[in-house]
Design a protein. Structure first.
Lengths: 225, 225
């Protein structure tokens, strides 16, 4: 995996945005090396990482092929922008329905964004940390589960309409790349998943697949042994 | 505009996610009717709106052309999913660089997602309202400006590299559709925009254009007179 790697993913084992991209890379069978950015040691704010990603957030993908505009290796951050790039650059094991089906593509993206724009930003470490710093008496797990419940209720409804073993249809899509890390977080926070039978089934189906297993937090090189 | 309308956007004048889609519709010169969903009156949670969008968030786009899978009119929510759909369905006044330039497309998306995933979710009304309900002594403007400052610092840096009067290059893109509503919010919250000369210039350039003017909150049919 390392010698033939054509790209590097800056990732942290427990980061759910990193987890999304790890799933996509594995589904597309793209060679990559994982470079750990230890959030507990605040490495995302170290100079070496800020030189790569000035925003100091993970994940970041570096493609060894040079960027045609800058002549430098291509550097992309933001998990959904990375996955969109991979989808366009490597149209195998496609993560969005074919371009003939614009409505279906829109619905898969809508599901992904319910997770990425409405649920996850309100529970990521930097927002929780800021709330604590401001002295809010935060019950973090309850706060996170509140937003997860709201997002999952809508998501579950969409799977009833569009899903068939996976979030949309019978194969993994971009939506599953976002859902599975969010389910991992929900379990970690102790959220009640009882009201979401489809989401639980999709999680089980995905976790049968090697691409999802290899991307899981506990199987990362930087996970605690 | 009403008689020839081929689509309806459920929108609220001050909603920045709605504002993004209004800009995209105008840039692409797509006929549409605006249907107001009054957030102050909690109309987003009324039964008639929940029937259209069970998540109870705005915006939602209804295309009169039937969805090929369901045979019903196409309903899409999530602002970025709507804009991606419009971009794929109506490839005029394109909002992403050409598909020959995958790296550029990725960078435009990255900029859009800095706003849509990292800045905006921490300042939208439902998250602020929830914080107040939990009794946090929230200085809402300071809280919002803190996240805007962090996101704008990165965004400003990217415009130095990629921008030329607009966020990316010399024409409006998806990134500007997201940035401009966020600048509107920043002004409303009284955030300091002094450190972001490029963002200020991009805002001025965009606001010279009819597509952006027509989309502005104060020019909406449901804005207070």
């Amino acid at each position: 995996m390392t010698e033939t790697a054509e790209r590097v993913l800056y990732s942290y084992w427990r980061s759910s945005a990193s987890y999304r991209v790890r799933i996509a890379l594995n589904l597309k069978r793209l060679n990559h090396t994982i470079h750990s950015v230890n959030l507990l040691k605040n490495e995302q704010n170290s100079q070496w990482y800020r030189d790569i990603n000035p925003q100091g957030l993970i994940p970041t993908l570096i493609e060894v092929i040079p960027d045609p505009i800058t002549g430098r290796p291509l550097i992309i951050s933001q998990s959904l922008a990375i996955i969109d790039y991979l989808e366009e650059a490597y149209p195998r094991a496609i993560l969005l329905p074919d371009t003939c089906f614009l409505a279906s593509r829109a619905h898969v993206r809508q599901m992904a964004q319910i997770i990425a724009c409405d649920v996850h930003p309100l529970q990521n470490p930097r927002s929780l940390q800021e709330m604590r710093m401001r002295g809010y008496s935060l019950d973090a797990d309850a706060w996170c589960c509140r937003w997860i419940a709201e997002g999952f209720a809508t998501y579950e409804g969409m799977t009833r309409f569009y899903g068939d073993g996976f979030s949309f249809g019978d194969k993994p899509t971009l939506a599953d790349c976002c859902l599975i890390p969010q389910v991992y977080n929900a379990k970690r926070f102790g959220c009640d998943l009882e009201p979401y039978p489809n989401i639980r089934r999709i999680y089980e189906n995905c976790m049968q697949m090697e691409a999802f297993q290899k991307a899981a937090p506990e199987n990362q090189p930087d996970a605690p042994k």
